[in-house]
Design a protein. Structure first.
Length: 229
């Protein structure tokens, strides 16, 4: 029984790990927002790290509050499996591969993020505003491309994000895939458990009747082939 539960958890973990790749683009001096969605992670610790995402590569992680800050990085945990990471004052050296991670008991789950940083536009240079001025939208706009085919997390070799809005986990295709896969895994585990219980009961019945045979029994008790030792 424990074996089936472990197998089901591994299946769910793998489907959570292999998810749509997030591509984010920003320019020097601007900022980008990255929204990551994970199943069954409302109370789990979330973190954002740079590839290859070892402990020393973690840039920021959630704490007991909804918002965490560390230097140029800010993490907002919505407590529903979705969290947003914002990087400000972008630099060319920020370009590269990152991972949105969720701390789990068996295996952490990840979303891969590809960040591209371009030179600031000569006609749209970053604008520093005072408190009385409205922020310039041209200095902090980032573009998000469509999701690309699945990628694999660091532990075994992260859907579309936007600065202006985040995607609700209940409405994304990736979340629907997770839900269907989870239900299928649960059905498989329950089915295997019922088969195991049925076989055990049949063996017990056969042993009991072999000890106390009756003259009225003419046909042997049927036992499926998958229950025979």
């Amino acid at each position: 029984m424990l074996f089936f539960i472990v197998v089901g958890w591994i299946l769910l973990s793998e489907l959570s790990v292999v998810a749509s790749e997030i591509k984010v683009s920003g320019h020097v001096g601007g900022s980008v927002g990255i929204s990551c969605s994970h199943m069954f992670a409302s109370t789990n610790t979330k973190y954002f790290c740079r590839n290859p995402c070892t402990d020393k590569d973690i840039l920021i992680q959630s704490d007991k509050s909804d918002n965490s800050s560390s230097g140029r990085y800010r993490l907002e945990d919505k407590k529903n499996g979705v969290f947003t990471v914002t990087i400000t004052e972008l630099q060319k050296s920020d370009a590269g591969t990152y991972w949105c991670g969720v701390d789990r008991a068996v295996m952490d789950t990840y979303r891969k993020v590809i960040l591209t940083v371009t030179d600031a536009s000569p006609t749209t240079a970053p604008v520093r505003t005072s408190r009385s001025e409205e922020p310039s939208t041209s200095s902090s706009t980032s573009t998000i491309s469509n999701s690309t085919p699945p990628s694999i997390s660091p532990s075994i070799s992260k859907t579309i994000t936007s600065i202006q809005s985040t995607v609700s986990p209940g409405g994304s295709p990736t979340t629907l895939l997770y839900t269907v896969a989870g239900l299928v895994s649960i059905v498989i585990i329950l089915g295997l458990s019922l088969i195991t219980l049925y076989c055990k009961c049949r063996r017990t019945t056969i042993k009991s009747q072999s000890k106390f045979p009756t003259t009225t029994t003419r046909n042997p008790i049927f036992m499926p082939s998958f229950c025979r030792v």
